[in-house]
Design a protein around this ligand. Structure first.
Ligand SMILES: CC(C)(COP(=O)(O)OP(=O)(O)OC[C@H]1O[C@@H](n2cnc3c(N)ncnc32)[C@H](O)[C@@H]1OP(=O)(O)O)[C@@H](O)C(=O)NCCC(=O)NCCS
Length: 230
C-alpha cells in the first residue's frame, strides 16, 4: 500500500523521479529509447491555450464515445483540480495529457478522480504515460490530497499502486465495471472503509452553471460569492 511515508521526499522514488522530471524526457529515457526519440519531449502544467489541441488528442485516442463514460459525469462543466492538469509536449506539439478532478465520497471524504490519461499513439511504450502519472500523483501528494480514484485498465494502473480492493464500497454516478474501478491511497488509510457515492466538487467552468446548481440546491462548490448570496 502506498502511504504518506512513501510520498516523503528523498526516500520516495516517486518524488525522486519528479526531480529528475525537470530534465527533458529524452535525456531520461534508456539509451535505446532515447535513440528512437531524440526529439525534445517534456511534461508541463496545462495552459488555457492547450484546450483545442488537447481535445483533438482525446478525440484521436478515445473518439466521441469518451463523452459517454461514467467518469465524464464527474468532469462535465467543471475545471480540473487546482495545479493538477498536465500535458506532454514534443517539438511544441501536445502529445499527452492527464487531469485530476476534485470529488467527495459519500458527502464526507475528499478525493481526486484521475482521467483521462492519453498519450499519442505514435509515442506509446516510451515511458511517457508512466512519467505523466508519476508527475500527477507526486503533485497530488505534495498538494495534500489523500487519495485518487479512476476507472481504467487494472493491468496498467497497478504499477502505480492502484487497486480495485480500495473501491469496493464506492459507487459512481453511472455504471462501472468493478474490476476497472481503482483507488490509490496517498495517505495510509485514506480509503479505509470508504463508502458511498463519488460526487464532483470541483470548480465550475461556467459561472452560470454554478449559479443554477446552487439555485437548485445541488452544489455550492467553486463559488466565491459573499456568504449572504449562498
Ligand atoms: C495507457 C497509455 C496512456 C500508456 O502510455 P505509454 O506512454 O504508452 O505508457 P508507458 O510507456 O509508460 O508504459 C508502457 C507499458 O504499459 C503497458 N500498457 C499500455 N497500455 C496498457 C493497458 N491499457 N493495459 C495494460 N498495460 C498497458 C504497455 O504494454 C507497456 O508495458 P511494458 O512496460 O511491460 O512494456 C497509452 O497507451 C494510451 O494513451 N492509451 C490509449 C488511451 C488509454 O487507454 N488511456 C488509459 C485509460 S485506461
Amino acid at each position: 500500500m502506498l502511504c504518506a511515508a512513501f510520498f516523503t521526499p528523498l526516500t520516495n522514488p516517486v518524488l525522486q523521479e519528479a526531480c529528475v522530471d525537470q530534465a527533458p524526457l529524452w535525456l531520461r529515457l534508456t539509451p535505446c529509447a532515447a535513440g528512437r526519440s531524440m526529439k525534445m519531449i517534456h511534461i508541463r502544467d496545462e495552459r488555457v491555450g492547450d484546450h483545442q489541441t488537447r481535445e483533438c488528442l482525446l478525440d484521436r485516442v478515445f473518439g466521441e464515445s469518451r463523452f459517454e463514460k461514467t467518469c465524464e459525469r464527474l468532469r462535465e462543466g467543471r475545471l480540473p483540480a487546482e495545479g493538477l492538469a498536465f500535458v506532454v509536449e514534443k517539438d511544441g506539439q501536445l502529445v499527452g495529457t492527464v487531469r485530476l478532478w476534485s470529488a467527495m465520497i459519500g458527502g464526507q471524504r475528499d478525493t481526486l478522480v484521475l482521467g483521462p490519461l492519453a498519450v499519442d499513439a505514435s509515442l506509446h511504450g516510451l515511458g511517457i504515460g508512466s512519467r505523466l502519472m508519476r508527475r500527477a500523483l507526486n503533485r497530488a501528494a505534495t498538494l495534500g490530497h489523500h487519495s485518487v480514484l479512476l476507472v481504467g485498465d487494472a493491468d496498467y494502473y497497478a504499477r502505480f499502486g492502484f487497486s480495485s480492493g480500495l473501491t469496493q464500497g464506492l459507487t459512481l454516478p453511472g455504471p462501472v465495471e468493478r474490476a476497472r474501478f481503482l483507488g490509490l491511497e496517498l495517505v495510509a488509510g485514506a480509503l479505509a472503509d470508504a463508502q458511498g457515492l463519488v460526487e464532483a466538487t470541483g470548480r465550475f467552468s461556467d459561472p452560470m452553471a454554478s449559479l443554477s446548481a446552487v439555485a437548485s440546491g445541488k452544489s455550492s462548490a467553486g463559488l466565491s460569492f459573499p456568504v449572504s448570496f449562498r
